[in-house]
Write a protein that binds this ligand. Sequence first.
Ligand SMILES: NC(=O)c1ccc[n+]([C@@H]2O[C@H](COP(=O)([O-])OP(=O)(O)OC[C@H]3O[C@@H](n4cnc5c(N)ncnc54)[C@H](OP(=O)(O)O)[C@@H]3O)[C@@H](O)[C@H]2O)c1
Length: 256
Amino acid sequence: MATLGFIGSGSIGTAVARLAVAAGIDVVLSNSRGPETLTETVAELGERARAATPEEAARAGDWVVVSIPLAAYQKLPAAALEGKVVLDTINYYPMRDGHIEALDSGQTTTSELVQEHLGGAKLVKAFNSISDHHIPSLARPSGAADRTALPIAGNDPEAKASAADVIGRLGFDTVDAGPLTEGWRFEPETDPYAVPYSAAPDAIRAFWAELSEALRSGTMPQTPPPVDAGVPLPAAQLRTLLADTPRKLTADRVVA
Ligand SMILES: NC(=O)c1ccc[n+]([C@@H]2O[C@H](COP(=O)([O-])OP(=O)(O)OC[C@H]3O[C@@H](n4cnc5c(N)ncnc54)[C@H](OP(=O)(O)O)[C@@H]3O)[C@@H](O)[C@H]2O)c1
């Protein structure tokens, strides 16, 4: 019986967990506040789901999805994740996570930072460039003509193959963007990020601009983020976007 552990059970964690239970994979969810705060989510997901502590979720998972704000990455349970294939969805948003000089300067990438903390885990960067609401709407069974591809990156080829296998069971093809040093290719605001999966790309860009302005003036954006059913992104198109995208450091981003 396959089990997917989750450290972080918010928008992305629960979206992936829903696909997992639908694919016959057991899930063990965790968050920062404790398993008792996940009762409703577990009930909604059904008998394949249970809640636990982050350490327990890490030990239970054949793969473990880490889906928390970057600011909390040093709290990830490195010992419990030793040897595990970790799917790292984490993105760097300085407005939320605080500035990290090594990322602002491009000296490293978000997933390399997380891998450094985790040491013995085999980290695969995944689910970073797709918006949470497009995860359920774009997932398709294997072989579907309109299957969407997601980028992955990682240093361990076997871990990447294993990650591609489970992501395939969840409903997506994958394109290998290379080792973690290449993870910047699908960090926020690069060409593969969010926009190509959206049916309303102009609305996304307008939202980013409004959010950026709101951050500058210390207010909240008036328009909610655009939500749509999404547009399938074939692997060949994603491959081109990954190859051609310029790097977006914090200073080059609209929302930082
Ligand atoms: N939302 C998106 O569309 C999207 C897309 C791609 C990537 N991402 C990235 O994926 C990550 C998760 O995003 P999200 O939107 O799912 O965030 P979210 O809805 O805010 O959920 C964050 C989750 O992380 C948990 N958490 C925080 N600190 C923790 C800790 N120390 N140990 C265990 N769990 C902890 C939170 O639990 P508590 O509530 O108990 O604190 C919550 O369950 C972020 O890095 C984000 O940038 C998001």
